[in-house]
Design a protein around this ligand. Structure first.
Ligand code: ADP
Ligand code: MG
Length: 373
């Protein structure tokens, strides 16, 4: 097989921000033992207000790229916040969608949904297949789509497509692509093919989480959809775009909620990956070129090219309106307000086949440097 080298991306250096959406789920009286009513309400398609706990006659207002009120449908969330970034994945760029927020606020509903109300994941995968189908033969690319599905639990990376697998290592290749050797990667040919692999894996996760109680609220579920396109003619340019769809662990402070009286040690109480995610956001926003601590947790390491890197990212912060969630809602909104400032620089990941030339010379030539440069 011919060797492949990465091609410098001369074009697209446009920067994009992380898009931040907030979704408020409907008020549910079963979550409000004291019948206090809601403490958060939407104002318009971009802003909301939450009662100020210091002075209940005042409120604190927030503005985001989009605000999805309690009546928003699954389809509206998808169309406004997710669909616009998907086409980039067919062009060798990375994209990621995160659901963030406290347990019970609607992350899984937003990402997974139900058969009647499919969430972001099924809608996004359908759309990727739809976009590939819409590509014209004469554009000269062959597309292949594959999936991986993993969970980060207690800083262990577990393969959900291969139950019982061990903790997997995260690596970076010479072109700064993050990868997990040993992770199952399955080629999928259609949406129903995707479902065939995804549904049993999701069910595995759910069953395990009911047994282990808080597991699903303590772990991050990460679906990766990889689109590789290859030029039919020599030098067979190849571009790889990755789409991460992430249902994050609950953002509530386990020290404060005190989980059924179990005393949790400080160090064990915090989900390290989620904690590091907020440090990464802080450090990117401070702009002071200090080291961004991606390597401090598995989640941020894995998503290194999706936050402040080269990806199109969307953060959907899920919040609940009942008072019981008040402080967790505040924390989540403040985190979301910080995330807005991150700037990503999307670029295309491309390689070409080089049959005979020594690598350095080939790379120089591809990048337009003469053989003597
Ligand atoms: P999380 O994953 O953040 O812990 P869930 O997605 O499990 O939260 O949501 C908690 C409950 O609220 C579930 O019963 C879910 O069906 C319901 N729910 C969440 N968001 C919505 C929504 N937008 N509309 C209707 N029900 C919702
Ligand atoms: Mg959940």
């Amino acid at each position: 097989m011919a060797q492949r080298v990465a091609v410098a991306d001369g074009g697209n250096k446009k920067t994009t921000r992380v898009r931040v959406a907030v979704r408020l789920r409907p008020y549910m009286s079963k979550h409000d033992e004291k019948s206090e009513g809601p403490c958060v309400r939407g104002l318009d398609s971009q802003s909301l207000e939450i009662i100020n706990w210091r002075n209940a006659t005042e409120s604190v207002k927030y503005q985001f790229d989009s605000f999805h009120g309690e009546e928003t449908t699954q389809q509206e969330v998808f169309l406004t916040s997710v669909k616009p970034i998907l086409s980039h994945v067919l062009n060798g760029q990375n994209a990621s969608v995160f659901a963030y927020g406290p347990t019970g606020a609607g992350k899984t509903h937003t990402m997974l949904g139900s058969p009647e109300q499919p969430g972001v994941i099924p809608q996004a995968v359908r759309e990727v297949f739809h976009l590939v189908k819409g590509k014209k033969e004469d554009e000269g690319w062959d597309y292949s789509i594959g999936m991986s599905y993993l969970e980060i639990y207690n800083e262990k990376v577990l393969d959900l497509l291969s139950p019982g697998s061990q903790d997997l290592p995260i690596r970076e290749d010479k072109d700064k692509n993050i990868l997990i050797p040993g992770l199952t990667h399955t080629t999928i040919s259609s949406f129903s093919d995707f479902d065939k692999h995804f549904i049993p894996a999701s069910l595995n996760r759910t069953t395990a989480s009911t047994k282990l109680n808080q597991r699903s609220s303590r772990s991050h579920a990460i679906l990766l959809i990889k689109v590789v396109r290859t030029r039919r003619t020599f030098p067979h340019r190849q571009q790889t775009g990755k789409l991460y769809l992430v249902d994050l662990a609950g953002s509530e402070d386990n020290r404060r909620t005190g989980n059924q009286g179990i005393r949790l040690k400080e160090s064990g109480a915090i989900n390290l990956s989620l904690f590091t995610l907020s440090k990464v956001v802080d450090s990117l926003n401070s702009g002071t070129a200090i080291r961004v601590p991606y390597r401090d947790s598995k989640l941020t390491r894995l998503l290194q090219d999706s936050l402040g890197g080269s990806a199109h990212s969307v953060m959907i912060t899920n919040i609940a309106p009942e008072y019981k969630y008040y402080f967790d809602t505040f924390t989540a909104l403040n985190f979301a307000a910080k995330s807005k400032l991150i700037v990503n620089k999307p670029f295309t990941r491309e390689t070409v086949a080089v049959p005979m030339l020594p690598v350095k010379r080939a790379r120089d030539e591809l990048e337009g440097r003469g053989p003597d440069a």
